[in-house]
Design a protein around this ligand. Structure first.
Ligand SMILES: NC(=O)c1ccc[n+]([C@@H]2O[C@H](COP(=O)([O-])OP(=O)(O)OC[C@H]3O[C@@H](n4cnc5c(N)ncnc54)[C@H](OP(=O)(O)O)[C@@H]3O)[C@@H](O)[C@H]2O)c1
Length: 254
């Protein structure tokens, strides 16, 4: 038996999608599974949803396994990546998608909400990238895709903590794209605009109408619009692309 046959992925490339239980992460995981990746489905608390997705992927002929952990806990992240190395031989693609937003005007922003947002949206992505790229550097290949936001590029009143985290992700990614390029590890950022998921489901009709007026293409995006770009950035078709920020926003920010 070859070494690859002894591993759970049986030679298939491995992709970890954080926050895969819902929304964009679930669509990205489904798309990568269709492209032939063995997909590790991360979630924080929603194990039932992640399990449903795993079953749907398997029914579709794909391969996936649950991989729950809190991205904001650095020790839990390191333990999980050790588990990945032992059971799957290493990771080829990391999609840092897990994220939250706690909206507040700056004058009312609570320390705890600021910390939670930075811990999950920025530090969580940094912890996962640090562990994943150790494995990718050894393999001399890999692709990291950060899911930032148009809000990190253009700002949004009431979302300063979220914007700080999402803009931070851009500076972080450009820096490590430079650090890792010589090892053929690529790092890119996707900045979605308004996409229909649970996160935007909380908007009122009036808010949605105002947003639609600011989108030149005139409609909210679908999760698959983001998943298609992530799949391209994961693949060799984008082998000459690193350190880039790619907007998927209907023209909202140019
Ligand atoms: N929707 C949009 O319009 C939009 C626009 C721009 C950017 N984005 C970004 O795209 C990403 C996904 O957004 P979404 O709309 O799909 O969000 P969502 O529907 O609210 O889903 C968030 C996902 O993140 C997971 N998560 C939250 N905290 C976590 C933690 N500490 N550790 C691990 N996983 C955690 C959740 O897991 P559980 O289910 O277990 O809680 C869930 O799977 C986010 O980073 C968001 O900022 C979204």
């Amino acid at each position: 038996m070859s070494e690859a046959q002894g591993l759970k992925n049986q030679g298939r490339p491995v992709a970890l999608v954080t926050g895969a239980s819902r929304g964009l992460g679930a669509a990205i995981a489904r798309k990568l599974a269709r492209e032939g990746y063995f997909v590790l489905l991360n979630f924080a608390s929603n194990e039932a949803k992640a399990k449903e997705l795993q079953e749907a992927i398997i029914k579709d002929g794909g391969h996936a396994e649950l991989c729950g952990f809190d991205v904001s806990k650095s020790e839990a992240v390191a333990e999980r990546f050790d588990w990945i190395a032992k059971n799957f031989g290493g990771i080829q693609v990391l999609v840092n998608n897990a994220g939250i937003t706690i909206d507040s005007l700056l004058m009312r922003l609570k320390d705890a909400d600021l910390e939670k947002t930075l811990d999950i949206d920025l530090k969580g992505a940094i912890y996962c990238t640090r562990e994943a790229t150790k494995q990718m550097m050894r393999a001399r290949s890999g692709s990291v895709i950060q899911i930032s936001s148009v809000v990190g590029e253009m700002g949004n009143a009431g979302q300063s903590a979220y914007a700080a985290a999402k803009a931070g992700l851009i500076g972080f990614s450009k820096s490590i794209a430079k650090e890792l390029a010589s090892r053929k590890v690529r790092v890119n950022v996707v900045t979605p605009g308004f996409i229909e998921t649970d996160m935007t489901g909380a908007l009122t009709e009036a808010q949605k109408e105002a947003i639609l007026r600011s989108i030149p293409l005139g409609f909210l995006g679908a999760a698959d619009d983001v998943a298609n770009v992530v799949s391209f950035l994961a693949s060799d078709q984008s082998r000459y692309i690193t350190g880039q920020v790619i907007g998927v926003n209907g023209g909202m920010y140019m």
